[in-house]
Design a protein around this ligand. Structure first.
Ligand SMILES: Nc1ncnc2c1ncn2[C@@H]1O[C@H](COP(=O)(O)OP(=O)(O)O)[C@@H](O)[C@H]1O
Ligand code: SF4
Ligand SMILES: [Mg+2]
Length: 365
C-alpha cells in the first residue's frame, strides 16, 4: 500500500474486525420494490420488484462479479449497498456491524465507495481534478495541504502525471482519463470496498483493457475488495473470483469463477454464457440461447421467474419457487433440477428414508 497520510481515525475502530473469515459485506433478505403509477382510468399503484429477497456475502479481498440482463436489479443492489436508497426489508452487515450503530453512516460511506459508468456525470465540472480528488479527504478532516498532496499521489497511481492533469477540468479529459480520476477520487478516502457499476462499459476496448489492469494493480496495492457489476461476461471472467448471476430481482446462481463458467447448474447462467461473443466461428450458436426480453418486474412469472424462457421448464416450475441451494462447496443454484424430490423430472431422487424390514424389527425385539 502506498504511504499516504491517513484520514483522521474515527472514534470507532474501523480496522479489520472479524478477521479474514468474516465476510466484509453480508446481505440477507434484501428487498426493494419501487412504487409506480399503473395505466388505466384509476391508475392504481403498482410495484416494480427490482430486488426481491437477495442473499449473498462479499468476502474480504475478493472481487465478486454481478451479471444479468438489463433491469435485473444490479444497480439497485449497488445503490442499496451504498445506502443511497433504503431497503424495504433485509439486512446489510459490514464486517459484522450494522450501519447506524457503532458504525456511523458517514464512516460507512467512507469505507464503501462507488464508481459509475458515466465518468462525466460523476465529476463536478467546476472543480479542477486536484480539487475533485482532494474534496472528500478534506470533508473527512484531512488538512488542505495533505489532501492536495494525496490527490497528486493518487493521480500518479492511476497513471496520470500530476503536473499535467492536477489543474485541468473534466471536459478537458478523455473518457478513459476521467474514469481514472473517478477511481482516484474513490481511493482518496481509503475505502475497503469499491463498487464498480459498469465502470468500464463506456470505454473503447483498448482503453477498457488498460483500466481493468489498473484496477487489478490498485486492488493488490491497496488491499481492496471489489463488487464488479458488468454485462460483459468476458470482462467478468477476467476480473472476478466469484460471480453472482441475477434474474428479475433474484439470485439465480452464485459461485466461483470455475464453477459458473465451467460447471454452471442453472439454465439461465448457461444461456448467458452461450450468448457470450466469440471469435471462433465453430463456437457460434445458430439459434440465440435467450430470446426476447425478460418479463416485466411489476408482474413477474409465478414459481421460478425464469420458467417462461427456460428450455427445461416443466409444470412444477410455474408452481414452486426454487430455493437458492448449495449444490457444491463452490456454488449455490436456484433451480428445481438441483433440489432433490422437487418434482422436476431431472431432479435427484430424495434420500430414501430407512424403513426397517419386518425381519430386522423382529430381530431387534
Ligand atoms: N427509481 C426507480 N423507480 C422505479 N423503477 C426503478 C427505479 N430504479 C430502478 N427501477 C427499475 O428496477 C428494475 C431494476 O433496475 P436496475 O437495478 O437499474 O437494473 P440493472 O442495473 O440490472 O439494469 C428495472 O425494472 C428498473 O426499471
Ligand atoms: S426451476 Fe425450472 S424453469 Fe427454473 S431454471 Fe430450473 S428448470 Fe428452468
Ligand atoms: Mg445498471
Amino acid at each position: 500500500m502506498s504511504v499516504i497520510d491517513p484520514v483522521p481515525a474515527p472514534k470507532f475502530d474501523i480496522g479489520d474486525r472479524g478477521g479474514p473469515a468474516q465476510p466484509l459485506i453480508s446481505v440477507s433478505g434484501l428487498q426493494k420494490h419501487f412504487p409506480v403509477r399503473g395505466s388505466g382510468l384509476f391508475r392504481p399503484k403498482k410495484l416494480v420488484r427490482a430486488v426481491d429477497g437477495v442473499n449473498f456475502d462479499i468476502l474480504k479481498g475478493e472481487t465478486l462479479g454481478v451479471v444479468g440482463e438489463s433491469g435485473c436489479g444490479k444497480s439497485t443492489t449497488a445503490r442499496l449497498l451504498m445506502h443511497l436508497i433504503a431497503p424495504d426489508r433485509g439486512d446489510i452487515l459490514f464486517d459484522g456491524e450494522t450501519v447506524g450503530g457503532k458504525l456511523s453512516l458517514s464512516e460507512y460511506r467512507r469505507q464503501v465507495q462507488m464508481v459509475f459508468q458515466d465518468s462525466y456525470a460523476s465529476l463536478n465540472p467546476r472543480l479542477t481534478i486536484e480539487e475533485s480528488i482532494s474534496f472528500a479527504p478534506r470533508v473527512h478532516g484531512l488538512p488542505v495541504g495533505k489532501a492536495i498532496s494525496r490527490a497528486h499521489d493518487l493521480l500518479h497511481r492511476v497513471g496520470l502525471e500530476p503536473r499535467r492533469f492536477a489543474g485541468r477540468y473534466p471536459h478537458e479529459l478523455s473518457g478513459g482519463q476521467r474514469q481514472r480520476i473517478n477511481i482516484a477520487r474513490a481511493l482518496a478516502v481509503e475505502p475497503r470496498l469499491v463498487i464498480l457499476d459498469e465502470a468500464v462499459s463506456a470505454l473503447d476496448k483498448s482503453v477498457e483493457a488498460q483500466v481493468l489492469n489498473l484496477l487489478l494493480d490498485l486492488k493488490r496495492d491497496f488491499g481492496l475488495t471489489y463488487l464488479f457489476i458488468s454485462h460483459d461476461l468476458n470482462v467478468v471472467k477476467f476480473m472476478c473470483d466469484r460471480i453472482m448471476v441475477m434474474y428479475l430481482g433474484k439470485v439465480a446462481e452464485i459461485g466461483t469463477r470455475t464453477a459458473i463458467y465451467d460447471n454452471t447448474k442453472h439454465p439461465y447462467s448457461a444461456a448467458l454464457l452461450a450468448s457470450m461473443p466469440t471469435m471462433d466461428p465453430a463456437q457460434r450458436a445458430s439459434e440465440p440461447p435467450l430470446s426476447g426480453d425478460p418479463p416485466n418486474p411489476i408482474d413477474p412469472p409465478s414459481g421460478c421467474r425464469f420458467h417462461t424462457r427456460c428450455a427445461f421448464a416443466e409444470s412444477v416450475c410455474s408452481e414452486k419457487v426454487p430455493p437458492l441451494s448449495v449444490v457444491s462447496p463452490e456454488q449455490c443454484t436456484a433451480c428445481l433440477m438441483s433440489v432433490p424430490g422437487s418434482g422436476h423430472s431431472n431432479a435427484p431422487r430424495p434420500p430414501a428414508t430407512h424403513i426397517p424390514s419386518m425381519q430386522s424389527v423382529s430381530m431387534e425385539v
